[in-house]
Design a protein around this ligand. Structure first.
Ligand SMILES: [Zn+2]
Length: 191
């Protein structure tokens, strides 16, 4: 799928220009046991509460580095983490970073289908908004799992009230990615 004259597949788009060639630093906040390639029973959802948590300690290290270099970032936070450790999300927010959503349960979008996907992104958005007191604008799916076969996800993300998506990776990836996709920010004008 190659971008041509404002059309990607059936999406009509307008390229967006970012001010001063802005570079954006992003982090996904999840646990070691959320890595998608671990297919062991040990890391099943039902067992997550019993596993060692490392996310708080590791996020603190990143926050210190950002603080030292006066750098702000966008943190795509898993709803499950936010529910467990709300003080960590408040800390990230209070240090001036953007809180965005990484969904709730870290499941591949094309594997769970549209109904479960909508529930997942609604739930994480609500949890993050309750904790931060702010509207959550951004979403990034697990494993960059929007492919050309499930572009329907973009409409669901917009309908859930998100302003932007950061899921599509414009090259092949282990769990997603769209080779040849437009590589810069754009606005969807029509579907
Ligand atoms: Zn992830």
């Amino acid at each position: 799928m190659i971008y041509k004259k404002g059309i990607i597949n059936k999406l009509k788009i307008n390229p967006l220009k970012l001010k001063n060639n802005l570079n954006i630093f992003t982090i996904d906040i999840e646990e070691w046991f959320h890595i998608l390639d671990i297919r062991d029973d040990l890391v099943r959802f039902e067992n997550w509460n019993n596993l060692e948590t490392r996310v708080e300690r590791n996020t603190d290290i990143i926050l210190e580095i950002f603080d030292k270099y006066s750098t702000k970032a966008t943190f795509f936070v898993l709803g499950w983490i936010a529910e467990k450790i709300p003080k960590l999300i408040k800390k990230i927010k209070n240090m001036g970073h953007e809180i965005a959503s990484h969904g709730y349960k870290h499941e591949l979008i094309y594997e769970i289908g549209i109904k479960k996907f909508k529930e997942d992104i609604d739930k994480s958005k609500k949890i993050l908004q309750d904790i931060t007191g702010q509207k959550i604008l951004g979403y990034r799916g697990p494993g960059f799992s929007i492919k050309k076969e499930n572009l329907w996800a973009l409409k669901a993300i917009a309908e859930a009230g998100y302003l932007y998506d950061s899921t599509i990776f414009p090259a092949k990836r282990g769990h997603g990615g769209i080779e040849g996709f437009y590589r810069f920010p754009f606005k969807i004008v029509d579907t």
